[in-house]
Write a protein that binds this ligand. Structure first.
Ligand SMILES: C[S@@+](CC[C@H](N)C(=O)[O-])C[C@H]1O[C@@H](n2cnc3c(N)ncnc32)[C@H](O)[C@@H]1O
Length: 378
């Protein structure tokens, strides 16, 4: 992957914007991190996600989807569209749970939008086990899902953080873009470039944010574009997003002078985003205030925003754990550990947020937000 990037830099006159570097490192057709072999998730990979920890996560999300389906009057067709389904574990757990509710299962169709062929193969294999694949269709990109057609749920867990970001720096003269070039030893290094026009020099000031001089941070325009697309595709229902992220004022707080961009390699955080291109995951946190603004532009309303811990507790994760523990039988130790990790602040409980944007569901209350709402933080 290094040689492909060096070639691209050479062909581009010696420098490329960081976002191009990230796009190539993650999505190069043959050598990108996500397009190559998919041994990325789980204990043997680079990171562990919530669906990989326990099937309770998918079960509870399914219950939230069923609740929405009922609120909409149990429509005969209800689409579940998952972006970036990874190993397929979440799809599997949602469909397995849905099977227990006959009318809902009859109404459901499941669409998996997955850029990586390798991940798609794994998803197909997993869903075939319970014949769940009969409910599923695959798309290589979001364009495969028809505009204005979805009645149901468009959702993603840890997808937005995988999309490329613009890296920017606040200089004494204003906002600049960070680019990547080669140093004398032929190694990747950064360089300051003029800001991409589509960002606009007033990106932060127009949002009431003042960045200290020297701050280097990210702007996730592709994530914002994606939410606009989701808004265009949804006819009625919700866009459900789960990811690590913050409201704008926390994301761009004075203490965070180095942004949130980081690599993940074999469960170790790598601070240098230019290291190991194609070999490590590269992610940035999600600016949920910007996601909401983009959603509103596309006709979506805010239904709720809270932490993953409150959302899962609203859906009854602790009661479910209690019942399973009392039922005895299998060792519930690992399940307890998984639940702890999902909801404790030092695990995924606080950093991970849940946002639901809706269309045609005004005034509806969802159980995931029954214990806590943090909409005013956005
Ligand atoms: C961090 S993984 C999360 C996997 C899964 N959602 C989970 O929670 O375990 C990101 C997933 O998004 C997929 N992906 C990344 N960019 C994508 C894109 N532009 N379109 C579709 N899928 C994408 C990756 O291949 C991978 O399946």
């Amino acid at each position: 992957m290094k040689s492909e990037l060096k070639k691209l830099i050479g062909e581009s006159g010696g420098t490329i914007p960081f976002i191009r570097f990230m796009e190539e490192a993650l999505y190069h057709p043959q050598k990108g991190y996500y397009t190559k072999v998919a041994k990325r998730l789980g204990p043997g990979g680079d990171f562990v996600t919530a669906p990989e920890l326990t099937s309770l996560f998918g079960e509870l999300l399914c219950l939230q989807m069923i609740e929405l389906w009922q609120l909409l009057g149990s429509p005969k067709k209800f689409q579940l569209v998952e972006l970036g389904p990874g190993s397929g574990r979440l799809a599997h757990d949602i469909l397995r749970t849905a099977q227990k509710f006959k009318d809902f299962y009859t109404a459901v169709s499941y669409e998996l939008v997955e850029i990586s062929d390798d991940f798609s193969q794994r998803q197909k294999q997993l869903l075939k086990k319970g014949k769940l694949h009969k409910k599923a269709r695959w798309h290589k990109d979001f364009d495969g899902v028809a505009n204005g057609g979805v009645v149901g749920v468009i959702f993603a867990n840890e997808f937005l953080d995988a999309l490329p970001v613009h890296l920017v720096e606040q200089s004494p003269h204003g906002l600049s873009e960070v680019g990547v070039k080669l140093n004398e030893d032929g190694e990747f290094t950064t360089e300051i470039l003029p800001l991409a026009e589509k960002i606009g020099g007033d990106y932060f000031t127009s949002r009431g944010i003042t960045l200290a001089t020297g701050t280097r941070t990210e702007i996730g325009l592709p994530g914002q574009e994606w939410v606009k697309q989701a808004g265009a595709k949804l006819r009625q229902g919700m866009v459900l997003l789960i990811d690590y992220g913050h409201p704008q004022k926390d994301y761009y707080a004075a203490v965070r002078t180095n942004g949130t961009l980081a690599g993940h390699l074999k469960h170790v955080r790598v601070d240098d985003p230019l290291a190991n291109p194609g070999e490590m995951d590269l992610t940035a946190h999600v600016d949920f205030t910007a996601i909401l603004a983009a959603g509103r532009e596309a006709g979506l309303d805010l239904v709720g925003y809270t932490t993953q811990a409150w959302f899962l507790m609203g859906l009854g994760i602790l009661e479910r754990l209690d019942i399973l523990s009392k039922a005895g039988g299998a060792d519930t130790g690992p399940l307890k550990e998984a639940v702890k990790r999902l909801i404790m602040p030092e695990g995924m409980g606080e950093t991970f947020k849940v946002m639901v944007l809706g269309k045609g569901i005004e005034g509806q209350q969802l159980s995931g937000f029954r214990l806590n709402q943090q909409n005013d933080k956005l």
